[in-house]
Design a protein around this ligand. Structure first.
Ligand code: DC
Length: 224
């Protein structure tokens, strides 16, 4: 049987740009699968942190990724059978993930796991290199961003809702540092490629952004 083309929408962008929320809602609207690629990096980070592995120890980090026992069931994320959905969202986990994400051997290790999410009727994937490396033939590639203050405010709101205290000025600094590291690394850096459409969400609400992404997808000619 001929292989059927599976449509993919990629949403890449800096931290706290709203990629996760938008990707999930767009996938629900289209009935597509959803890949939160950052969660995979965060899961490796969490597994390494639980084993007291230093982020600088590339060999051990890659070894952990090779044997990673993870599952995504509905909206819950499991590591070694344990529900770690909240734990992986912690700032410390994101920081550690950003540090180890520079290892090309780790990125190669996670490549197949990410591509396995591509199944009919389609996939919405968010991350940093979804359009540039993981799904270069994606149907629609979007670079989602918002200005730094707005992203820090969104992250602040998310943390406060979870009962975690945070300070906006410190969050701006942390986002700035993390985005710098994610964009300047040699291996699959965060970048806006030529075939990627820019979507600046500053001042837009969630429904407006979802509407724009769905509109872009309809315009891409892939909707029958
Ligand atoms: O999207 P996030 O905040 O959950 O991602 C956590 C870190 O993982 C991010 O700072 C960089 C890394 N990452 C990556 O390098 N490539 C991806 N496709 C997704 C995340």
């Amino acid at each position: 049987m001929k292989n059927q083309y599976v449509p993919v929408i990629t949403l890449d962008g800096p931290s706290a740009s709203g990629k996760g929320t938008i990707a999930r809602l767009v996938s629900q609207a289209l009935g597509f699968h959803y890949l939160d690629s950052g969660a995979l990096y965060r899961l490796v980070a969490l597994a390494a942190m639980k084993r007291n592995v230093d982020a600088g120890d590339e060999q051990r980090v890659v070894g952990i990724a090779r044997c990673l026992d993870v599952s995504f069931i509905d909206s819950s994320i499991r590591l070694d059978g344990e529900d770690v959905s909240d734990e992986v969202r912690a700032e410390a986990c994101g920081e550690y993930a950003s540090k180890i994400a520079q290892y090309s051997a780790l990125r190669v290790e996670l490549l197949g796991r990410q591509r396995d999410f591509r199944k009919l009727p389609g996939l919405v994937a968010d991350g940093r290199d979804m359009g540039s490396v993981i799904f270069p033939d994606a149907t629609l590639k979007i670079y989602l961003t918002a200005n730094e203050e707005e992203r820090a405010r969104r992250r602040h709101k998310q943390l406060m809702e979870k009962g975690i205290n945070a300070n906006i000025a410190n969050l701006v600094l942390a986002l700035h540092e993390r985005d710098g590291r994610d964009s300047k690394r040699a291996a699959s850096p965060l970048q806006q490629c030529e075939d990627t459409r820019l979507l600046d969400t500053t001042g837009l609400n969630i429904d407006q952004v979802v509407g724009k992404v769905l509109g872009m997808y309809a315009d891409s000619g892939s909707v029958e």
